[in-house]
Design a protein around this ligand. Structure first.
Ligand code: UGB
Length: 627
């Protein structure tokens, strides 16, 4: 009886909607109302109102391909629920942005760019060390968010990027390094807080259909790299509907007329996902104060995080973007101060493809050009953002996590009436400050390139073509940057590390430093490194040094070869004396060799392990390694 009543109610509702629709221009949808649920009829009506009648044009009479028709509306329901404001809002914004794009309207109209001022840090100096100390204290109050939904089309690697070895001396992958860094930082933070109970610092990973399963598998097959599984949350971003033309008509799949084409919406999705997941509120209730966002393949990033967090805390920044000196035309956004004729001001990332035209349009005939320092005056955004949680929640409560979008259609010709292929709206997480009130404290922190930024984004062929002097951002340069940074940090801590030699791999000329690698348990700050090296230490260029243990102290070591020291936490090991052996060499390989794994080919070299001294200390006690 009850179900008959429900059915009759549904029928009545369908009839009402059918009447409403009878004035519409979609007889095909109207004919098929009987096979649809009331919710699906509602969605159909919304689509008609938004000018999407073409989605039903080919629909046959009821009884034919009914499952496919329902599948289309199921997809519409999911596109509708995963977008803040729903699909109608998506189509409305798309119409506006497409009209602006066709008219050639500049999104920065009325704004004049100028060079902003921010905190500029030098690794190892007093200010840097002070900020690091303040930052480490704050880690206990932070949550980390890794955006890892990108497919890595530019890199052309078939796996997920966070599973790539960050360096091949130890083979540690990006995700392992990130997790171990967070764990070590959190432990250091707890020690500083003295007595306060240690909190499990949360890590969120934003995935997508392209990366979700493999990310989960990577975590599960490695016991979450030491994190508690409950500490890690995966939030999957959904794709958005593609647009076929300037009227924002949704594009149907060319192989399936009951399926709307979809594409990724960009890393800006992370805001809406964090908001709708309820995590932000949970974190606030637990007393957290900071949310740190970072990207998938920057193996240096954690060297700059403690100091940058210290800057956020000291300057009470609501938004702090980490930046590095940027070569003009380098494919990273520039941090820019924008001043509008109406008095509005904001410090914001201007994406690399927009900075040059904006500068040219505002009285800088050379556009995006290097200044006397050899760098662009606009610092490069490395998309490591530190947001203060309270103001972040306040803002997202207003916006629901939606942030300013853009559209980038590729037109067939100058009439701008047709697209080469479908487009979609996109959004970037660094555009978050665009909606903030003028009272918001938005700043940035610049550190040296070698310390903080070595992403792996470009495939070998594209990297070999970057303008001379600009960074390659490849697997080759990314790995070499780790050795370079570790060598330079040790130099600053007083170790004599030989200068690098220059070598060419996969068509890229790079500096090859000693292969020095340490686990985050050994050192997460510059002060940690300084406290663990003393006396006269020297490391030759051909050397490899792997330090894996909390209480390993390097004292009067002369290394010319390969040395690996492993120790448990309860062992204290002094490493000194002269270590000489044939070591591990860097061997050039052919990137097209089908016998080698892709992870190796994209670097153009591999490590040839000839001879090493390896010492492991797995009993508590004090030890002295001296050969
Ligand atoms: N990402 C997602 O999680 N989801 C998506 O839909 C897309 C990406 P790219 P991009 O630091 O060098 C950014 O593709 O977008 C993740 C800044 O916009 O590597 O070209 C993806 O997995 C730019 O200003 O970079 O450029 C990855 O972790 C500049 O700072 C991250 O988002 C540049 O990064 C970035 O995606 C940079």
């Amino acid at each position: 009886m009850a179900s008959a009543a429900v059915n009759s109610a549904i029928e009545k509702l369908a009839n009402v909607q059918l009447n409403e629709l009878s004035t519409s221009s979609s007889p095909n949808l109207q004919k098929n109302l009987s096979i649809l649920s009331p919710e699906q009829i509602d969605l159909g009506k919304m689509l008609l109102e938004m000018g999407q009648g073409h989605l039903f044009e080919h629909w046959p009479d009821p009884g034919v391909e009914d499952d496919e028709k329902k599948a289309l509306l199921t997809q519409v329901a999911s596109l509708n629920s995963s977008y803040p404001g729903g699909l109608a809002s998506y189509i409305k914004t798309a119409k506006e942005l497409l009209a602006d794009s066709k008219a050639g309207r500049n999104p920065f109209d009325g704004f004049t760019p100028s060079v902003p001022s921010g905190e500029v840090l030098t690794c190892g100096d007093d200010k840097f060390i002070e900020y690091e100390e303040v930052g480490v204290k704050q880690v206990q109050n932070a949550a980390f968010v890794l955006v890892a939904g990108g497919l890595g089309e530019r890199l052309g690697y078939r796996g997920i990027k966070i599973a790539l070895p960050m360096e091949t001396t130890t083979g540690t992958c990006f995700l392992q390094h990130y997790i171990e860094s967070i764990l070590s930082l959190s432990e250091a933070s707890c020690k500083q807080a003295q007595g306060e109970s240690q909190r499990d610092v949360p890590l969120v990973i934003m995935t997508s259909d392209d990366t979700h399963e493999r990310t989960l598998q990577l975590l599960e097959s490695n016991a979450y790299f030491g994190m508690k599984p409950t500490q890690v949350k995966l939030l999957k971003q959904e794709k958005v509907a593609c647009l076929a033309d300037n009227d924002a008509r949704l594009a149907l799949d060319s192989n399936n007329k009951y399926k709307i084409q979809t594409k990724p919406h960009g890393h800006g999705d992370v805001n809406a996902l964090l908001y709708s997941s309820g995590l932000l509120k949970e974190w606030k209730d637990a007393g957290l104060r900071w949310v740190l966002f970072f990207q998938d393949t920057n193996g240096l990033l954690f060297k700059a995080i403690p100091a940058a967090l210290g800057v956020s805390e000291t300057k009470q920044y609501h938004v702090n973007s980490l930046a590095v000196p940027r070569k003009a035309k380098e494919a990273i956004g520039g941090i820019t101060k924008l001043t509008h004729t109406d008095g509005r001001e904001m410090v914001i990332n201007v994406e690399y493809n927009q900075l040059d035209p904006l500068l040219r349009a505002t009285g800088h005939p050379d556009g995006d050009d290097n200044c006397e320092t050899g760098y662009s005056p606009y610092p490069g955004n490395i998309n490591q953002l530190i947001l203060e949680l309270g103001p972040y929640i306040d803002e997202l409560t207003k916006t629901g996590g939606a942030i300013k979008e853009f559209v980038n259609p590729k037109y067939k010709d100058s009439t701008k009436t047709e697209f080469k292929s479908s487009t979609r709206l996109e959004c970037m997480m660094q555009d978050y400050p665009k909606t903030l009130p003028p009272s918001a404290r938005v700043g940035f922190t610049v550190t040296e390139n070698w310390l903080a930024y070595a992403p792996v984004k470009n495939n070998a062929d594209d990297a070999a073509k970057v303008p001379k002097g600009n960074p390659f951002h490849s697997a080759t340069s990314g790995e070499m940057a780790i050795y370079g940074a570790n060598s330079m940090i040790l130099q600053k801590a007083g170790v004599k590390v030989d200068d690098p030699i220059t070598q060419v791999f996969n068509g890229q000329e790079v500096e090859v430093w000693s292969r020095i690698v340490w686990k985050p348990t050994w050192a997460v700050t510059f002060s940690d490194v300084k406290s663990k090296v003393s006396g006269n230490n020297s490391v030759s260029q051909k050397s490899t040094l792997i330090i894996n243990g909390r209480n390993i102290f390097i004292e009067d070591l002369s290394l010319n070869g390969a040395l690996i020291v492993d120790s448990i936490d309860d062992a204290e090991v002094k490493v000194g004396g002269s270590v000489q052996n044939n070591g591990w060499a860097i061997e050039t390989i052919d990137k097209d060799s089908t016998e080698l794994p892709e992870e190796v080919r994209i670097r153009g070299f591999r490590i040839k392990k000839t001879e090493q001294l390896k010492q492991s200390y797995d009993e508590p006690g004090k030890f002295f390694l001296k050969s």
